[in-house]
Design a protein around this ligand. Structure first.
Ligand code: ATP
Ligand code: ZN
Length: 303
């Protein structure tokens, strides 16, 4: 057991031990300057350079660990967070937490899929059917809103084989690409819930040392998330087209303009764009007379 003294000073963060959120979560920490040395086999890892402990667990356990105040922070998919919250409410367990920020990974959707040969007219078609799912509460919340009754078949894995195996008429499962559904003779017909990974915190005041640490890392996390989409753009441009050029750069702030020695009509322009820059945008810049266009990734950003 970790002593109470350690608990007071060290921020504890629960993350998925191994799964679809793990690589992105670890990359995020790394980019925030949180160095974790221990291997994934260790339940508890310590950051080298900051008083942070990382608890590696199954994603399903993360909301409960935060709600029971065992850890200070957790990173988990909204799908698991919402489902677990509803389950815990029914079980009479604590359900409060604070949502600190939405992260830019773990995107997926909870969707209904039915056998490919079946017709589909809408969620009403599910009335009275057996639906296999790992997310009975999310499914029930949606269908109850619409007054549709169904029979949940609870499966924690291999949900997509349930119809073929004769266990259910339809499924409600997480999808990203839909390839697994197709391979099992199913077609996706309706989205029930859209999910991303989120950072959550326990809803209690933290010890001042921990709060100070959180106040340090939150701007770093925001900076990393903002930087991922942002680009630094450099180009040479005709002076009389600067307005048009700035207008087509997504989310660009005031550009820096630098005179070019020996060319009175053209300037060098440096600008940070807050969004992705596509080839189409670069081609449009070229049409406006820009040349030597460079789009450079930004690693970190602090406003
Ligand atoms: P654990 O062993 O931790 O319980 P798991 O098998 O329940 O792992 P994963 O498949 O690793 O979970 O998915 C973890 C989370 O990643 C999901 O709950 C969801 O929020 C997100 N996710 C992102 N893309 C997908 C996808 N294509 N399929 C399933 N989950 C996805
Ligand atoms: Zn899980």
């Amino acid at each position: 057991m970790v002593s109470e003294a350690l608990n007071k000073n060290r921020l504890r963060i629960a993350i998925q031990k191994s799964g679809r959120l793990t690589d992105d979560t670890e990359a995020l920490f790394k980019n925030c300057g949180i160095k974790i040395t221990e291997s994934r086999d260790h339940l508890l890892a310590h950051a080298e350079n900051l008083p942070i402990d990382i608890l590696r667990v199954r994603d399903d356990d993360i909301p409960g660990l935060v709600m029971d105040h065992v850890v200070d922070l957790g990173i988990v998919g909204e799908n698991v967070l919402e489902e677990t919250t509803m389950q815990r409410a029914v079980d009479g367990l604590a359900t409060s937490y604070r949502r600190l920020m939405t992260l830019n990974f773990g995107d997926c959707r909870l969707a209904v899929a039915i056998p490919q040969e079946k017709e589909w007219h809408g969620l009403k078609d599910l009335e009275g059917l057996k639906i296999a799912t790992t997310y009975p509460f999310l499914l029930k919340r949606k269908l109850t809103e619409l007054g549709i009754a169904f029979k949940p078949v609870l499966l924690t894995g291999s949900v997509e084989v349930a119809p073929r195996a004769g266990l259910a008429d339809a499924i409600c499962d997480l999808v990203c690409t839909g390839a697994t559904l197709h391979a099992n003779g199913l077609k996706e017909v309706e989205t029930i819930f859209e999910s991303k990974a989120v950072l959550i915190a326990r809803d209690q005041e933290l010890y001042p040392e921990k709060q100070a640490l959180l106040d340090l890392i939150i701007p770093r996390l925001k900076g990393v998330l903002a930087a991922r989409e942002s680009k630094y753009i450099m180009m040479n441009a005709p002076k009389d087209k600067l307005k048009e050029i700035t207008a087509i750069l997504p989310g660009a702030e005031n550009p820096s303009i630098i005179e070019l020695e020996g060319s009175p009509d053209r300037v060098a322009m440096h600008v940070v764009s807050r969004e992705k820059v596509f080839w189409e945008t670069m081609e449009e810049l070229k049409r406006l007379g820009a040349s030597s266009i460079l789009v450079v990734p930004i690693e970190k950003m602090l406003d």
